[in-house]
Ligand binder design. Sequence first.
Ligand SMILES: Cc1cc2nc3c(=O)[nH]c(=O)nc-3n(C[C@H](O)[C@H](O)[C@H](O)COP(=O)(O)OP(=O)(O)OC[C@H]3O[C@@H](n4cnc5c(N)ncnc54)[C@H](O)[C@@H]3O)c2cc1C
Length: 569
Amino acid sequence: MDPTSYDVLIIGGGLAGIRAAIAVAETNPRLKIGMVSKVYPMRSHTVSAEGGAAAVLSKDDSYDTHAFDTIKGSDYLADQDVVEAFVREAPLEVVQMEHWGCPWSRNADGTVAVRPFGGMTTWRTVFAADKSGFHMLHTVFQTSLKYDQIHRHDEAFVTKLLVENSRCVGVTAIDVRSGQMYAITAKATILATGGLGRIYAFTTNGNICTGDGMALAYRAGVPLKDMEMVQFHPTGLPFTGILITEAVRGEGGYLLNNQGERFLKRYVPNKMELGPRDIISRAMTTEFEEGRGFEGPHGKYMHLDVRHLGEATIDRRLPFMRELGREFVGIDIVKDPIPVRPVMHYMMGGVDADISGATLMKGLYAAGECANVGLNGANRLGSNSLSECLVFGAAAGRAAAEQVGSLAAAGANPIEAMLKDETKRVEGGFLDKKGGDERIAEIREDMQHSMDEGAGVYRTKEGLTELTRRLDGFRERFERIKIDDSSRVFNTELTAAIELGFMLDCAVAVAHSALAREESRGAHARRDFPERNDEKYLKHTIAHHTEAGPRLEYRDVTLGKFEPKARAY
Ligand SMILES: Cc1cc2nc3c(=O)[nH]c(=O)nc-3n(C[C@H](O)[C@H](O)[C@H](O)COP(=O)(O)OP(=O)(O)OC[C@H]3O[C@@H](n4cnc5c(N)ncnc54)[C@H](O)[C@@H]3O)c2cc1C
């Protein structure tokens, strides 16, 4: 097989990317499929997902309840047609995963177990202990191996989308092992590059979550949607930001302030620890500000207490959490409360895509966390994301497979020229660049801390304006970066520099989108505009890339049978 030309090319070897690859293979077994990942696929961030995946499986549950929970959770910014399709597909995907060998945790009678999750009215989260992502990723990875037509490019780093006559015809990538830059052409390309958590300093996201796919699409002229919607998870370990899964509260853990009080009774009295993430993160922040948090060497924190669950339950349902407590905090969660505080966790925004993953550019699709298909609105419910990767990864794979039949192969001459230009940009701009006095790590840290300060749990006009000003400065400094390592083999300094460029583009889109949305909705909480304003902002923010900064437009949300109401729990 020619490893530089495919029918469908998938960028990303996480849950969404691999699920998409399998869907292409199943839709049309004759298609040649390429799958590129900057790390070995099993190292994708999906592997660290802990809590589980949501789907309606029991006859006591209903599509309508899952849809309503998701739409209310989104603060009515979700597109209701997308949510309706999602809740119907999710159970099929979960059963498919079972058939592919995913070791879901079981009840004593052998049926698949479910656990409660935040913002869901009923128990509908399937899980594999507290290592759900690890097992799900293994399952799809193993399954993908049986398709000879899926050809992997592991440790290949995509730098640019190739666009010819407004159509995406593939990518340029660096083979990290050799340093060789090459073009991969395809009739259709699916972005499944995951999140951008690393634009913040305090995040649960792995080092590789740098928003590459969002920036690739944005630079190529595809807009980003709802980038102001950044999720803060209430329970990260102070200092490392390692996630303590919501499943800890699902299993019955309590959040306590420094008075030993379950303070959530003042904020989400009917849901308590199972309230949605945005509201609990704000409740914790308010308690900290009013002096009811614990003080530690790494700032304020709360206690997450599971001691009452007992050792047997903890070891059966939350063994990894006990390990994390031991390894990273030096406590035994059977005997000690866990210190936690809100931490950046997930990006609701992403590449503007429709229900089948199609973007506004012909030949380009997006799925998983890098995409915004309209499912999560202003706040994602925990455990909807893994299901989203399956449902919309598969949808994008099927749509791309169907589209390529009608498309001609990409021409060779422009590709050669485009590869030459991109090689010149990377070599001239980074590897062989002379001069420069700015360090990548310093700009990155300054950006991350500025994002924490300016676009955190609560936002203000002053804070966001200052953030946009600072980001302009970081972009200027980025032009003057200096790279010490000019070798070709495994040059991680080079890829870190390119990632910093991607992150800066994403951060700018977040800051500008947040500044322009003068209301509070879901995860976007403005101190200066504390109310939701449906009249003006029941709309998606659409950010277009221009040299002068993002150009923003708004698009109506697709409503359905659930009328926007005040959001109380
Ligand atoms: C700690 C943690 C726990 C979580 N727990 C849960 C949970 O319990 N339930 C839930 O529903 N959600 C959970 N989430 C969210 C969920 O795991 C993610 O949203 C989801 O796994 C993202 O999958 P993905 O396939 O979109 O991307 P990823 O798994 O992040 O994969 C991205 C892929 O893109 C590739 N890539 C990126 N850039 C490039 C480039 N430039 N060139 C080539 N390849 C590139 C990477 O190599 C990787 O293979 C959790 C997230 C975190 C961080």
